[in-house]
Design a protein around this ligand. Sequence first.
Ligand SMILES: [Zn+2]
Ligand SMILES: [Zn+2]
Length: 298
Amino acid sequence: MKCKICGKEATVYLNYPRMRLCKEHFIAYFERKIERTIKKYKMVSPEENILIAFSGGKDSAAVAHVFKKLGYSITGLHINLGIGEYSNKSEEYAKKQSKQIGLRLKVVDLRKILGKGVGEAKGSRPTCSVCGTTKRYILNRFAYEKGFDVVATGHNLDDETAFVFNNLLHWNTEYLAKQGPYLPGENKFVKKIKPLYETMEYEISEYVKNLGYTYITGKCPLSSGATILKYKKILDEMEQKGPGTKINFIKGFLKKKHLFEVEIQRSSPKECNICGMPSLGEKCAFCKIWHLEKPVKL
Ligand SMILES: [Zn+2]
Ligand SMILES: [Zn+2]
């Protein structure tokens, strides 16, 4: 099988659009695609400082590599979640990748700031929800306090499709209204962007492997049985039977998203009386989950 562009031997097979490419032309294709996504959603301007959520996985490595190549000012933030060996390995990969990229890397360690790992929060919330809230809070507060203009995360098309599918099944219309590749900043909320929004997971692994990166693989040991993983599996089957299902689903969602926006509760913004960050009630979700009496130091 030959590369569609140069006729050399193809090493990467894409399903949608159906295409075979050699290593060199696949890398160029991938980077053009991400650059187009960044421009299409007007994610970031050249003078802005970007903080990348840098996990040690493939997605954040790809985001950082592309941003670096495009000449943006980037810093990585790794959050060590304190999930034993899995977290230690993730941090090792994050450090190794950041050296390869030439990325400034900061680390926040949950055990150091909270004395506990993410699986040890006391309460009724499922661990994945605790983890999501904790990561979002730390990323946002870190970016806000250190003066970053943008937070970039590695969420890819597979993640986003599963998220929208899940929230449609449960008619969580308010979540749907707040979901997308670009969320504008507002007072203490820093702007959030997802440069891999239109890119599939297998393309991302091909990209980072071809560039010689190693990364943490396998699911988080605390996420087994998570509903979102079941939806991912179903959606993978649908994509296999009908290539393009995911991207068309997500593009359709963005077109119809305005229909859900009436659901957003317009309550006047409050501030958490522990940490001062935006909050729905007296205490923000993060300070509540971790039963904090004073703000954590990041
Ligand atoms: Zn080629
Ligand atoms: Zn708080």
